[in-house]
Design a protein around this ligand. Structure first.
Ligand code: AMP
Length: 422
C-alpha cells in the first residue's frame, strides 16, 4: 500500500467519472441559465463569522466545521455549505434585485465518512434574493426537478413543507419543547440533547425509541398565520400547475436554522435512508440582515453531486461517457512526424493522440486500437519520403470495411473533416 492515500471522507474522481461529473454541472448550468441565473464562484473559505450566522443550533456549524486560524491570525473556515457565502457576496456587492445566482463546487464537513456521506462533497445549487412571490418557490423547485429529469432520473421524490413565518415557527418550537418535555424519560438521550439545542430537529430522529413521541408531536400547519398558509397553498398550486408530484411532509424541518416558509427535499429512491436526500432547500429569512444587509427575502437549494451520481448509478442512467480521440498517429520513423502531425490535427480541431518512445509498429497499433480512435494515421519510411500518410480505419469503427488508403499529407485534414462526425 502506498504511504499516502486520500484522507478519510475524500475521494479522487478519475476519468471517465470526472467527465460525467463535468457533464452533470453542464446540464445543471443549461437548466438554470435558461431561467435567468448567472454563475457565482465564491471563495472556498471565508471568515468564520460568515458561517456562524447559520446558527448556533446547526450541527454543521457547531460540530462539523473545518475552521482554523490562518498564518495572519484570522479565524477562517472552509465552507460547509454555499448559502452563507453567496449571501455574504450579495451584501458585499449589492447586485440589482431580483438576484438569481447559481453555483457548483465543493463543501467541507467533518462528518462520519460512509457511502454517500463525505467530508468533501460537491453541490450544485441556486439562490434567489429579493422575491417573496410563491411562484418563485414553485419555479425554483421546478428547476431542480427538470435537472433530475434531464439526467434521466425517474425515481427521485419531492417532499415539501412550510415552516410558516418566523413567529409561527417560534410558537411551534415552544409547543414542541412543551410536548417533548412532558415525557422526557421516553426520549432517547440523543434526542434529549437535541431538544435543548433545537426542538425542531427532534422530529428528524430516526430512533425507534423516539417514534411514538415524534408521531404524537404537534404539527406545524396548526401554527401557520393566514399569510403563511396562503403562501404555502400558492406554492402547492404552482407545483400542481407544473404537474410536479410532491408529498407534503409536516416533519420536514431541514438542518439549518434560518429556514422559514417553504422547505423541500429531494429523496433518492435507490439510496439508503440515512443518506437518501439528494438535494434540498427552502426560503430563508434574516440571513441577509444577519450578514449586514437590508431585510431581503431569499430562497435556494443545494443538490449533492456525489449522491445524485450514486442515484444515477442505482437507476442505471447518465453513465460515464467515453471521450475517445478521433485519430491515433502511428509514426515508425522516429516520432518527430507524430509531434508535428498531432499538433496540426489538434489545431484543426481534430482530437488526436500518439505513442511515444519509438515503439514498434505492432505496439503502436495496439495503442491505437485501445484509444478508441476512428482511424490510425500511419507514417512509415515510404510515406515520409513521399509526403503521404496511410489512413487505416480501426476495428469496430467504420463497419467491417478496414481498407486503408494512402493519401498526400496535405489532403489528410480536409478528408478527416469530411468523414468524421462533427
Ligand atoms: P444540506 O445543505 O445538508 O441540506 O445538503 C444538501 C445536499 O447536499 C444533501 O441533500 C446531500 O445530497 C448533499 N450532502 C450534504 N452533506 C453531504 C455529505 N457529507 N456528503 C455527500 N453529500 C452531502
Amino acid at each position: 500500500m502506498p504511504e499516502y492515500q486520500t484522507s478519510p471522507g475524500t475521494r479522487d474522481i478519475l476519468a471517465p467519472d470526472s467527465t460525467r461529473w463535468r457533464r452533470l454541472v453542464e446540464v445543471f448550468a443549461e437548466v438554470v441559465e435558461s431561467a435567468g441565473f448567472g454563475q457565482i464562484i465564491p471563495p472556498m473559505f471565508e471568515d468564520l463569522g460568515v458561517f456562524l450566522r447559520l446558527g448556533e443550533a446547526t450541527d454543521i456549524v457547531t460540530k462539523e466545521m473545518y475552521d482554523f486560524e490562518d498564518k495572519g491570525g484570522r479565524r477562517v473556515a472552509l465552507r460547509p455549505e454555499m448559502t452563507a457565502g453567496v449571501v455574504r457576496a450579495f451584501v458585499q456587492h449589492r447586485p440589482l434585485l431580483p438576484w438569481k445566482a447559481w453555483y457548483a463546487g465543493p463543501n467541507f464537513r467533518y462528518e462520519k465518512a460512509q457511502q454517500g456521506r463525505y467530508r468533501q462533497f460537491d453541490q450544485v445549487g441556486v439562490e434567489v434574493l429579493g422575491v417573496d412571490d410563491p411562484h418563485l418557490d414553485a419555479e425554483v423547485i421546478s428547476l431542480a426537478w427538470e435537472f433530475y429529469g434531464r439526467l434521466g432520473l425517474r425515481q427521485v421524490r419531492l417532499v415539501v413543507n412550510s415552516l410558516g413565518e418566523p413567529e409561527d415557527r417560534s410558537r411551534y418550537v415552544d409547543a414542541l419543547r412543551l410536548h417533548f418535555s412532558k415525557d422526557l424519560a421516553a426520549l432517547s438521550p440523543e434526542s434529549r440533547q437535541t431538544l435543548e439545542r433545537n426542538p425542531l430537529r427532534v422530529l428528524d430522529s430516526k430512533r425507534e425509541q423516539d417514534a411514538p413521541l415524534v408521531a404524537a408531536a404537534p404539527v406545524i400547519c396548526d401554527f401557520y398565520s393566514a399569510d403563511a398558509a396562503e403562501h404555502f397553498a400558492s406554492v402547492l398550486a404552482g407545483l400542481d400547475r407544473l404537474a410536479i408530484p410532491y408529498e407534503v411532509r409536516p416533519s420536514l424541518v431541514r438542518g439549518l436554522d434560518y429556514y422559514r416558509k417553504t422547505t423541500f427535499e429531494f429523496i433518492g429512491a435507490a439510496l439508503e435512508s440515512s443518506q437518501n436526500a439528494v438535494g434540498g432547500g427552502g426560503r430563508y429569512d434574516g440571513l441577509v440582515e444577519d450578514l449586514g444587509g437590508p431585510s431581503t427575502p431569499g430562497i435556494g437549494f443545494a443538490l449533492g453531486v456525489d449522491r445524485t451520481l450514486l442515484e444515477c448509478d442505482a437507476e442505471g442512467v447518465f453513465g460515464a461517457p467515453a471521450t475517445p480521440v478521433s485519430v491515433f498517429v502511428v509514426d515508425v520513423t522516429g516520432g518527430a512526424e507524430a509531434l508535428t502531425l498531432t499538433h496540426d490535427l489538434r489545431s484543426a480541431g481534430i482530437a488526436s493522440d500518439r505513442a511515444y518512445e519509438g515503439r514498434s509498429m505492432k505496439s503502436q497499433m495496439k495503442a491505437a486500437d485501445r484509444s478508441g480512435a476512428t482511424f490510425a494515421i500511419i507514417i512509415g519510411g515510404d510515406e515520409l519520403a513521399s509526403g503521404a500518410v496511410t489512413v487505416r480505419p480501426l476495428a469496430g469503427q467504420v463497419g467491417d470495411d478496414r481498407t486503408q488508403s494512402t493519401i498526400p499529407r496535405t489532403e489528410l485534414i480536409p478528408m478527416l473533416k469530411r468523414v468524421l462526425p462533427s
